[in-house]
Every structure is written in C-alpha cells, then in structure tokens.
Design a protein around this ligand. Structure first.
Ligand code: SF4
Ligand code: SF4
Ligand code: SF4
Length: 333
C-alpha cells in the first residue's frame, strides 16, 4: 500500500488548498470546549479537529439526503460514520459524486452523557483509562481508517499517513505535498478480532425494553434509519376505536405505551443489513436502555449470514436487494 506521511499541519494545508478552489466544504469536528460538535467549514479551518473522542451522535445523520448541487465536499469522520455514509450512498440517500469520504483511525470514544466529559476532546482520558470507552467502541468491528475513499492512519511510531483507496482518495492525496511511499510500519490501530456475538435473550430483552417510553429518539438519531414516511409516525399501526376497545375487553388490559415491542422489532429488522454498530441509538436513549448490544448483535449476525459488512465497500451489494438462487441452504421454507 502506497501513501504519504503527513503532519497535522500538512492535512490542514491540503484542506485549505481544497477550500480555496471555491464551492468546496469540509465536514469534520470542531475543536472547542468538549469538541462534541460536527461542523462544516467553508472559508477557514479555524478550530477544526481531525479526531474527536467524545461521542454524541453519528455524523452520518447529517449526510442523509445530501445532494451536493455542484459543491465539492470532503468528509473527515470516524470509521463508523463513514460506514453509515457508504450505506446511505448504496440506499440512494446521498449523491456521492462530489464527495470525498475520509475515515480517520479511531481509538474509541467516551459517552457525551458522562458526568465528567473531558474538555480536551477525550484523547488523554481514554488513553489512560480505556475502560471509559462506550460499549459500542469496546466492541467495535472497524476502528481503522480503512473505509471510504481515503484514510488517515497512525503507525506504531506515531507517524500519520494518508492512504488512498479510490480514485477520489487519490485526489485527496494529491492535495498533500510530499512524495508517495510504501507504508513500511504497522499501524497503531489493528484490525478487530472476531468480537463477541451477542445473542438476544428474549426475557432480558423484555426486561430492558420495559423501561422504554417510546420517545423514538433511538430511531431519530440512527444514521441509517432514514425513511421519511416512517410507519411509526402517527398511530396508524395501532388498533384504535372499536378495535382497541375490543382488545381491552377481550384481554382485560393493555400495556402502555402500546406498540413498543413492534416498534423495536420492526426497527431492528429495517436496520439489520445497514447497522454500523455505532451506538448512537443508545447514546440518544433517555432511559439508559443498552440498545447497542441488541441492534449490533442482531445486525452483525445477519450480515455474517450474507458475508456482508455494512459500509465496508461501496461495491458490496446490499443483501436484501440481491437475489442468489443458491444461498441460505439451511433456512426453513
Ligand atoms: S464505534 Fe468504532 S469507529 Fe465508532 S466511535 Fe466507537 S471505536 Fe470509533
Ligand atoms: S441501530 Fe444503533 S448502532 Fe445501529 S446504526 Fe443505528 S444508531 Fe448505530
Ligand atoms: S430512545 Fe429509548 S426510550 Fe426512547 S424509544 Fe428508543 S429505546 Fe425507547
């Protein structure tokens, strides 16, 4: 693999060259206080940070239905954010033509809901105490900046590299001064192991989700839960009027809020091929329900059945829209 060694200054200077061409934008992180915010930069990169170790949400959510109308955009985001971008492109929710997606090595993130959110972006806290990482990060399938058009990676000697993966990634690399060279050292963030497989225990599921108040924040903050006309807007999916009275008289009582299990099971089914395991749903839940283990668990098992990994490659077809005559031989009719 060939790339270029870079310093932070060189990345900034490359982005400035990009912005100076006009009609160009950079979406990255703001280095300000707790640095939780994503920010779009147009004229200046003042206060931009390439990394952010405090997780409030997945920036892929800002990219939904992004049609750049001629503007060129560089995304500098975490691997799980770029993976959700790749899925949204495949789902025709983003026009990728003028976008260069750059994933940055991620050593994990701390929840923005922590009582003592660090003011320095979180890197020092996390390196001293890796146990502070969110559940999603401790079990992350891909922390390496190896997805999208290019990656910013750090080797074991602390040297940063820009590596191109596509032609557009080559355009990004060309913005950086200096010679291309073969990557010689190992990278500091290694490939993830097989990871834990989370089995869904329905008794535990019922107990955890009994705390759900159906605020639907988990849906609203999920980057790949993108339907405009969600079936769970309004209450058309619930029995009402006579049907509801019949149900109450027939069963003697009905649980409130209604439709809770249906909501989660349908959402789980809808995102199962595209979930990137980012944990934004859990971060958004006011009830502290451990959503990641359920959504990540179900989706990774399903993706495994189709040898698919969400966001790994734009070339990998979505399993649900791919018909293969000879697959899932063990599945019951
Ligand atoms: S889920 Fe993975 S890529 Fe996303 S913030 Fe956590 S460690 Fe980084
Ligand atoms: S379901 Fe949760 S973990 Fe999966 S992509 Fe959506 S927000 Fe991320
Ligand atoms: S965010 Fe939490 S409380 Fe709200 S609907 Fe989702 S699981 Fe239920």
């Amino acid at each position: 693999m060939v790339g270029k060694k870079v310093t932070n200054g060189q990345i900034e200077s490359a982005l400035n060259t990009f912005l100076a061409a006009g009609d160009c934008l950079v979406l990255g992180f703001e280095k300000d206080g707790t640095a939780m915010r994503h920010r779009v930069f147009k004229n200046t990169l003042e206060n931009m940070s390439v990394t952010n170790h405090i997780f409030a949400l997945n920036g892929g959510i800002y990219l939904r239905r992004l049609f750049s109308k001629g503007a060129k955009i560089i995304l500098l985001l975490r691997p799980c954010e770029i993976r959700s971008y790749v899925e949204l492109v495949k789902l025709s929710q983003i026009e990728a033509e003028n976008i260069i997606a750059v994933s940055v090595d991620c050593s994990g993130t701390i929840s923005s809901k922590a009582d003592d959110v660090p003011v320095d972006g979180g890197y020092d806290v996390l390196s001293q105490d890796p146990g502070r990482a969110r559940f999603a990060c401790a079990n992350c399938r891909e922390r390496r900046g190896v997805v999208g058009d290019a990656g910013i990676r750090r080797d074991v000697n602390g040297q940063y590299w820009v590596l191109p993966y596509t032609e557009k990634g080559g355009t990004f690399l060309a913005l950086i001064e200096g010679p291309e060279e073969e990557v010689s050292a190992h990278m500091a963030v290694p490939a993830a192991g097989k990871g834990a497989v989370f089995q869904v225990d329905m008794a535990e599921f019922a107990k955890d989700f009994s705390r759900c108040i159906m605020c639907m924040n988990c849906r609203d903050m999920c980057p790949v839960c993108y339907c405009v006309d969600c079936v769970f807007n309004g209450d058309d999916y619930l029995p009402k009027g006579d049907a509801l009275f019949n149900k109450i008289f027939r069963t003697g009582s009905t649980e409130m809020p209604r439709g809770r299990d249906l909501f989660h099971l349908i959402r789980m089914y809808h995102v199962s091929q595209t979930c990137v395991g980012c944990g934004a749903c859990e971060e958004a839940c006011p009830q502290g329900i451990p959503l990641t283990k359920y959504f990540k668990g179900v989706s990774e098992r399903l993706q495994g059945m189709f040898a698919y990994m969400s966001g790994r490659s734009p070339e990998e077809p979505l399993p649900f829209v791919t018909f293969l005559e000879d697959e899932l031989k063990d599945a019951a009719d």
